[in-house]
Write a protein that binds this ligand. Structure first.
Ligand code: PMP
Ligand code: GLN
Length: 395
C-alpha cells in the first residue's frame, strides 16, 4: 500500500503517553504515578448498584440515546445542588461515554473545518487530537511555570474572526491550576464580546483545595453559550466505567447528541443506574474527596521536593507538576520519564507532549497522587534513594 493508513491529519498522534507509560510501569513493576487513576475503587454501595443493575436486567439492552431518565435527573440535581445551575433533564443533559466522548462529540458538532479553537496548553491530550479530527485549528494560550496562570491579554490578542470556541479546563489537567473568579470573568467577557462558544471540561470539579469550583456557565450571559462537561470517573473513582455527561442549552445539547449517536449511539446502561445513585451521595462524600486528597498532595509535594524536584503545588486535581531541569542530567522530561522506571521504579508523565510550545514544557513532569498514602510514601522513598538533588516547593 502506497498511502499511509492513518489519516495524514492524525500522523504523529501515535500511542498516547498514558498508554506508553502505563505499559512501562507494568513491564518494569514500577509504581505508576503516571496515568491518572486511583488505586482504590469508589464506594462499595455504588459498585453494588452497578452489579445489581446488571443482574436485575436494568440497562442491559440499549438505553435511551440521551441517557436513562434517572441519570439525567441526577445530573440536573447535582448542578442545582452544588452550583444553583438549573438544567432541564429532558433536553439540556446528555449522557456520554466518559468526558472523552463528550469532548469529541462537542468539537465535532460545534466547529467547522478551519474554525479556530482557543485552548490553554499544556492540553489534556484528547483536545489536540479532537480539534484535529474536527478539522479545526488549535490556538494555544500557554500556561507557564511556576504559577501556570492564564494570560488574558494573550488570549484577547489571539481572537480572530475565525475563532469559534474556547475550550476551558478548570481545575486544569495537568497543571493543577484552578482559574480564579477574575480569570473566569475575563474569559466570559471575551466570549460574550466575540460571540464565542465555551466548552468547559470540569471533570475535576470536586477536587479544589481552597474555596469552591465555579462553573463558567454560572457567570452572567454564559449559560446560553457554554457546554459544561463532567464525568463519574474522577468524582466517584470509577475511571473504567466511562460514564460522562454534557449540559447546556437544548440547541447545544441536540447538536452534540447528533454526533454522539454516530460515535457510540448510547453509553453503558447498568453503569448509568449506578452513577445516578452516586450523584445522590450525601455532602459528606463530596467534601471528603478534596479533604482526603489535600493530605496526599502535601505528603507528595514535600516528598518530591526532598527528592530534588522543583515542585509546583496544585490548587486542584490529583496531579502535581514538577520541573526536572538540572536533575541528574535530564535532557528533557520525556527522556527523564522513560528512564525513571528503570532507575527508580516510579512512573510519571512528561508534560512536553501536552504543549505546542515545546520549550515551555520541556522539563515538566507530572505525578498523580490519587494513590494510597503508603504507595505514595514508597514512591517518595524510591525517588529519594535515586538521589536527584535538592528541591523546593512553589505554591
Ligand atoms: N478531561 C480531562 C481534563 C481529564 O483529565 C480526563 C481524564 N482522563 C478526561 C477529560 C476524560 O474523562 P473520562 O475518563 O470520563 O473520559
Ligand atoms: N485523565 C487521566 C490522566 O490525565 C487519564 C487519561 C487517559 O488515560 N486517557 O492521566
Amino acid at each position: 500500500m502506497h498511502r499511509p493508513l492513518l489519516n495524514r491529519n492524525l500522523a504523529g498522534l501515535g500511542t498516547t503517553i498514558f498508554a506508553e507509560m502505563s505499559e512501562l510501569a507494568a513491564a518494569t513493576g514500577s509504581i505508576n504515578l503516571g496515568q491518572g487513576f486511583p488505586d482504590t475503587d469508589g464506594p462499595a454501595e455504588i459498585a453494588r448498584a452497578a452489579a445489581d443493575a446488571v443482574l436485575s436486567g436494568r440497562g442491559n439492552q440499549y438505553p435511551p440515546g440521551a441517557g436513562i431518565p434517572d441519570l439525567r435527573r441526577a445530573i440536573a440535581d447535582h448542578q442545582r445542588r452544588f452550583y444553583d445551575l438549573r438544567v432541564d433533564p429532558a433536553d439540556e443533559v446528555l449522557v456520554t461515554t466518559g468526558a472523552t466522548e463528550a469532548i469529541a462529540a462537542a468539537l465535532l458538532a460545534l466547529i467547522e473545518p478551519g474554525d479556530e479553537v482557543i485552548a490553554f496548553e499544556p492540553y489534556y491530550d484528547s483536545y489536540a487530537a479532537c480539534i484535529t479530527m474536527a478539522g479545526g485549528v488549535r490556538v494555544p494560550i500557554t500556561l507557564r511555570e511556576p504559577d501556570f496562570r492564564p494570560d488574558i491579554d494573550a488570549m484577547a490578542a489571539a481572537i480572530t474572526e475565525r475563532t469559534r470556541l474556547i475550550l476551558l479546563n478548570s481545575p486544569h489537567n495537568p497543571t493543577g491550576t484552578v482559574f480564579t473568579a477574575d480569570e473566569l470573568a475575563a474569559i466570559a467577557d471575551l466570549a460574550r464580546r466575540h460571540d464565542l462558544v465555551v466548552v468547559s471540561d470540569e471533570v475535576y470539579e470536586h477536587m479544589v483545595f481552597d474555596g469552591k469550583h465555579v462553573p463558567i456557565a454560572t457567570l452572567p450571559g454564559m449559560r446560553e453559550r457554554t457546554l459544561t462537561i463532567s464525568s463519574a470517573a474522577k468524582t466517584f473513582s470509577f475511571t473504567g466505567w466511562k460514564i460522562g455527561w454534557a449540559t447546556g442549552t437544548p440547541e447545544m445539547v441536540a447538536a452534540v447528541r447528533t454526533v454522539k449517536q454516530f460515535l457510540t449511539y448510547v453509553s453503558g446502561g447498568p453503569f448509568q443506574y449506578a452513577v445516578a445513585a452516586a450523584l445522590a451521595l450525601p455532602d459528606a462524600y463530596y467534601s471528603s474527596i478534596a479533604s482526603d486528597l489535600v493530605v496526599k498532595r502535601d505528603l507528595m509535594c514535600d516528598g518530591l521536593a526532598r527528592a530534588g524536584f522543583e515542585v509546583f503545588r496544585p490548587a486542584g486535581t490529583y496531579f502535581i507538576t514538577t520541573s526536572v531541569r538540572g536533575l541528574t542530567g535530564a535532557a528533557d522530561g520525556l527522556e527523564f520519564c522513560r528512564r525513571l522506571p528503570h532507575q527508580a521504579g516510579v512512573v510519571a508523565i512528561p508534560m512536553q507532549v501536552f504543549y505546542d510550545d515545546a520549550e515551555a514544557g520541556r522539563f515538566g513532569v507530572r505525578f498523580a497522587f490519587c494513590k494510597r498514602a503508603e504507595v505514595l510514601a514508597q514512591a517518595v522513598d524510591r525517588l529519594c534513594r535515586m538521589g536527584a538533588g535538592r528541591g523546593q516547593v512553589t505554591a
